[in-house]
Design a protein around this ligand. Structure first.
Ligand code: CA
Length: 229
């Protein structure tokens, strides 16, 4: 069982790393080594790892391939299906080309053969993060909206998945944060064939799953991006 530690203020500025590994000795060693540079959340199974990946914000993931139950490749595949593009390194003891290719096909950006050198793992992680940077998105107050990831990230790092329609609505509002969009404008670009009531319903869905302040109501005019804290 693992506990997210993202709210620890002392470690608040470190990038967040999700590490999925079932072998406890390896896990303890790697976690200790990586904790100099990352805020590490360790999960001992792919199921726990997936739960964390879908509910927390991570800058990078390190995933062992051989896990009991769901495999590391299945985990990454599920993560990618959920539109999460967090860079990931797969750790694998399997050395054949086919195994490496299948790990990359499943959604890994890089792989490292076990046993590996800690310095090499750290260097590969740095290289991966240089390429991607942190979760990219549009700021809504202290929240972050990821159009490509179809998710909102709360200030504490928790991830709130959005439906396609909710994402489209927020994408429109955040495309011009100062602008007040009338219901008719929103219907025309996001809900063709819909009604003003459709807009109100989706605004309600988004507020209910995140925070009421995520979208401002401008009386008699429409909606605009809010400034939630
Ligand atoms: Ca393993």
């Amino acid at each position: 069982m693992s506990t997210p530690r993202g709210s620890s203020p002392a470690a608040g500025s470190l990038p967040r790393l999700l590490y999925v590994e079932d072998e406890s000795e390896t896990a303890a060693m790697v976690t200790e080594v990586l904790s100099d540079e990352y805020l590490v959340d360790h999960a001992a199974s792919a199921e726990d790892g997936l739960r964390l990946a879908l509910t927390q914000r991570y800058d990078v993931m390190v995933v062992d391939r051989r896990l009991p139950g769901m495999s590391g490749a299945e985990l990454l595949s599920a993560v990618r299906t959920a539109h999460l593009n967090t860079p990931a390194i797969m750790l694998t003891a399997l050395g054949t080309v086919a195994d490496r290719v299948s790990g990359l096909d499943a959604g890994a950006d890089d792989y490292l053969l076990k046993p590996f050198d800690f310095d090499e793992l750290r260097a590969r992680l740095r290289a991966l993060r240089r390429g991607r940077g942190p979760v990219s998105g549009r700021e809504i107050g202290d929240w972050l909206f990821s159009p490509s990831g179809l998710a909102l990230y709360a200030p504490d790092g928790s991830r709130i998945p959005l439906t396609r329609a909710e994402g489209d609505l927020l994408e429109l509002l955040t495309s011009s944060p100062e602008h007040v969009f009338s219901r008719e404008e929103i219907v025309a670009s996001v809900f063709p064939g819909g009604s003003p009531g459709t807009v109100d319903a989706y605004v309600h869905y988004i507020r209910r799953k995140s925070t009421p302040e995520i979208i401002d109501t401008v009386r008699a005019r429409g909606y605009r991006t809010g400034t939630p804290r």
